[in-house]
Unconditional design. Structure first.
Length: 68
């Protein structure tokens, strides 16, 4: 997502979930560990909508649910 302006990244995140590609997942996960709280929240929402279980571990990690 390096060629996309920061303002447009938020709008593209849901599209990446629709596509469900490995590259898209990497891009959304990188936003989910960023410094902008609003973008992090949007990225976590998008990861929760991912069409398969690929982001499950990342979701557990960023939400603090990795410990029983």
């Amino acid at each position: 997502m390096g060629v996309v302006s920061p303002e447009d990244r938020g709008a593209l995140l849901p599209l990446l979930a629709e596509l469900g590609t490995e590259e898209g997942l990497v891009a959304v996960e990188s936003v989910a560990i960023g410094n902008d709280p609003e973008r992090v929240k949007e990225a976590v929402r998008v990861l929760a909508l991912w069409p398969n279980a690929a982001p499950a571990w990342h979701l557990l990690t960023v939400t603090g649910g990795s410990e029983p």
